[in-house]
Design a protein. Structure first.
Length: 310
């Protein structure tokens, strides 16, 4: 089984969502006196060390988790094609994020190459499964998933399972009481900090989205001075993989009061229960805002937007 996702951070969830359940199954089989089942899992992304890549080439996994770019690299190598030749099922997660750009077109080509490889090896058609919480209209996404096939506009060679629903949202827009100018004064910044502290203090877990890495660091520093360092963390693309992973684990475990993040915080990952989302200044994209509004969490999220500048 091949699992492809545009979110590289999803590899951090493998231990919790795959390895731990498999360990539990193995333990139950042992207690029941049954023969153990060896199901190997591997992750192949740009962060995968060379030793791990060589290991999976020698002993191919049963479940391979990868990104569109890494799938392309695997299809261009002899060892990668040998490993992928026996794939029977392909899962494309967060498929909506791949539609309408070059990355999605590139993946579509890789999927067709994979189909040709599998058909040459076993003569079977590749079972394709697409997953997303925000894909709409679904028929267009289904066309992308099945590829270039002969079908009419009304029928797509794909079984569509629509379990979508609307969740209650409480959305409000807030601006500082002081006049807004092209350059914000220290007084306005202090006012924004104070309002954020009030909101964070009245909620269990808050996720603050900002537009730049610099603002992420600045806001996290200001909030840590007011709330304490242990409950505040930042998350952006310039940080190391380990630092981002640590921040995501703390957020998932409920150890943070607030996480200040840029777009590097991939919303497809499992980050636990969040009861307040704040967009600090305009994201300049309605799609980005909607993606943050529709966070799939245990609590219905509430989002407030600050207009920090014109």
């Amino acid at each position: 089984m091949l699992y492809v996702s545009p979110l590289k951070a999803l590899s951090n969830d493998i231990h919790k969502n795959l390895e731990l359940p498999l360990d539990g199954i193995a333990e139950q089989l042992h207690l029941c006196g049954e023969i153990p089942v060896d199901i190997r899992i591997a992750v192949r992304t740009g962060d995968t060390p060379a030793s791990a890549r060589q290991k999976m080439a020698r002993t191919p996994p049963h479940i391979l988790v990868t990104t569109p770019e890494s799938l392309y690299l695997l299809l261009t190598s002899a060892s990668g094609r040998a490993m992928l030749a026996s794939v029977s099922s392909l899962i494309v997660d967060e498929i909506h994020a791949l539609l309408g750009d070059k990355r999605g077109s590139h993946l579509a080509l890789s999927v067709e190459r994979l189909q040709q490889l599998v058909q040459t090896h076993s003569g079977q058609r590749l079972q394709r499964i697409g997953l997303s919480a925000t894909q709409k209209p679904i028929a267009i996404v289904a066309r992308y998933l099945v590829g270039n096939r002969n079908y009419s506009d009304e029928e797509v060679d794909c079984e569509i399972v629509d379990v979508g629903f609307r969740r209650p949202l409480a959305v409000s827009l807030e601006v500082p009481g002081s006049p807004l100018t092209a350059w914000m004064s220290n007084e306005v910044w202090d006012e924004l900090y104070q309002r954020l502290v009030e909101l964070i203090s009245t909620h269990e877990t808050t996720l603050v989205f900002v537009n730049t890495r610099r603002l992420s660091e600045r806001l996290a520093l200001a909030l840590s001075e007011r709330l304490g360092e242990n409950g505040v963390c930042s998350h952006h693309g310039s940080m190391s993989k380990d630092h981002r992973h640590t921040a995501e684990q703390k957020l998932r475990a409920g150890q943070l009061q607030v996480l200040v993040a840029t777009a590097s915080m991939e919303l497809g990952i499992d980050i636990g229960s969040i009861d307040l989302v704040v967009q600090f200044s305009s994201p300049k994209s309605i799609a980005t805002l909607l993606q943050q509004l529709l966070l799939k969490r245990s609590f219905p999220p509430r989002l407030r937007s600050f207009l920090g500048s014109r």
